[in-house]
Design a binder for this molecule. Sequence first.
Ligand code: FAD
Length: 443
Amino acid sequence: MHVAIIGSGPTGLVLGAALARRGHHVVAVDRDAGPDPDGGWARRGVMQFHHAHGFRPQIGETLQAEVPGAYEAWLAAGAEPITFTLPDGRTTRGGMRSRRETFERALHGVVAATPGLELRRGHVDAVTVEDGRATGLVVDGIVEPADLVVDASGRSGRVTRSLRPDAELSGRTGVAYVDRQYQLRPGAEPGPMTNPLAWQAELDGYQVIVFRHERGIFSVLIVRPIADPDLAALRHERVFEAACAAIPGLDTWTDPERAEPITAVLPGGELVNHYRRQSGLRGLVHVGDAVATTTPMFGRGIATSLLQVRELLRLLDEEVPDDGIGPAFESWCDREMRPWVADHVCMDGAMLDRWRGRDTDLDPDLPSDRVMAAAAVDPVIAESIGPYLAMLAGPASLDTVRERARRVYETGWRPALAPGPTRAELSAVVEKALAAPVMADRT
Ligand SMILES: Cc1cc2nc3c(=O)[nH]c(=O)nc-3n(C[C@H](O)[C@H](O)[C@H](O)COP(=O)(O)OP(=O)(O)OC[C@H]3O[C@@H](n4cnc5c(N)ncnc54)[C@H](O)[C@@H]3O)c2cc1C
C-alpha cells in the first residue's frame, strides 16, 4: 500500500515506521521541520511538545515491538527505565524518565532513516475524496495519492474536521499548565515522590506536579484554574520561583542550593478532553490524539495514542478489507479509548468544582481519582486500583469498588489536602513577587 499520514508526532512516527517495516510505502507529512542540528526544534501548534511529560510503560513496550531502534536510541539519549517492586515482591516496569524532546528526537532520528518511509515537510491542505473514498492528500497545493490516508494530526489538527462528526465527548477543563525544567546539582538527591514517575499534590484550589526526566532533569508544574487572573502571572520567572518557594515539597525540589532552572517558565493554553469518531469514509483512518485527547495530569496521552497504533496495525496485519478497517477501529476505540476520555471529563469537572469550593458530589458515579483517594482508608479499594492505575484495565475496572468508595465519602471523610498556601494565599504570593524589584535572571 501507499500510505499518506498527516502529522509526524509520536502517532504518525511510530505508525509510519511500523508500516514501512511491513513493506508499505509511507509518506508522513508535517508542517514542522523536526529537530535541527543546533538542538532546537520549532513545534508551532504543538504546545505540549515543550511541556512536562511522564512516559508510561506502554510507550517503551510499543517502541520495542514496532520500532526497536528508536527504543535503543531513546536509552542512548539518556532515557531511564523505571522499575519498582510490587507488594508481592515482583518487579514491574514503571515507565521512562525522559523529556518529551528527548523522546521525540530519538524517535524522529530513527524513523527518518527507515527504508520505505519519507518524512516530508509541508502543510496538508485537504484530503482528496472520490466516490466516498479518501484517495490522497493535498500538500501545499500538490496532490499526493494514497491507498490509505491516516489522520494523525493531533488534538488541534483541523484539516479533517469538515469530514468528521463533531467531537462526541468534549470538555473544556478550565485549567492550564505552567511549568519549568530544572537540573539537580551534582550530588543533590531528588525531592519527594508520590509514585515512580511523579510527585503530585492537590492543594486548596490548584495542583502541583513534578515529573522526573533523564539525567537529573525534572519539570515542576502548577496546574492552575484559568479563571483566576492572578495566577496567570506565574508565567513570570520571579513569580514562578516565589510560588515554588512557598509550596512545601516544591520548595525542596527547586531549592537553588539543590537545583537550577534550565528553561524559561512555560505557560500553556487551556487543557481539553475530546473523543472524536471516524469519518465513515473508506480509506481514511483517524488515530492518536486526533481520536482521544485527555488532560495530561495522569500522563495518558502518548500511551492511548500508541495503544491505538497497535490496534490499527493488528487490523491491517489481519488484512481486514479496507471498508472494514474504519468501522472495526472505531468500535475498538469506542470500547477501549472513549472510557478514558469520559473518565477525564468526569474527574476534571469534579476537580474544578472542588477548586470552586463545592463538596464532592456523591450522587452520580464517583470520579475515579476520588475512588483512588479513598484507597488511603480502605484496603479493599487499595487492592483493586492497581490495574486501572497502570492502564492495564479501563475505568470500568473501578466499578466494583466505586460504590464502596462512595460509602467512605458518605461517612464525611475527605482526602486531606497537601499542606501549603490556598489559592488565595498563592495569589498573595504572586502579587508580592510581582511588586518586588526585578532581580537578575537565575537561568
Ligand atoms: C500540556 C500537555 C502535557 C502533556 N503531558 C503528557 C504526559 O505527561 N504524558 C503523555 O503520555 N502525554 C502527555 N500529553 C499528551 C501527548 O502530548 C499527546 O497524547 C501526543 O502528543 C499525541 O501524539 P499525536 O502524534 O497523536 O499528536 P501530536 O503530537 O499533536 O502531533 C500531531 C502532528 O500533526 C501535525 N499537523 C497537524 N495538522 C497538520 C497539517 N494540516 N499539515 C501538516 N501537519 C499537521 C502537527 O504539526 C503535529 O506535529 C500532554 C499534552 C499536553 C497538551
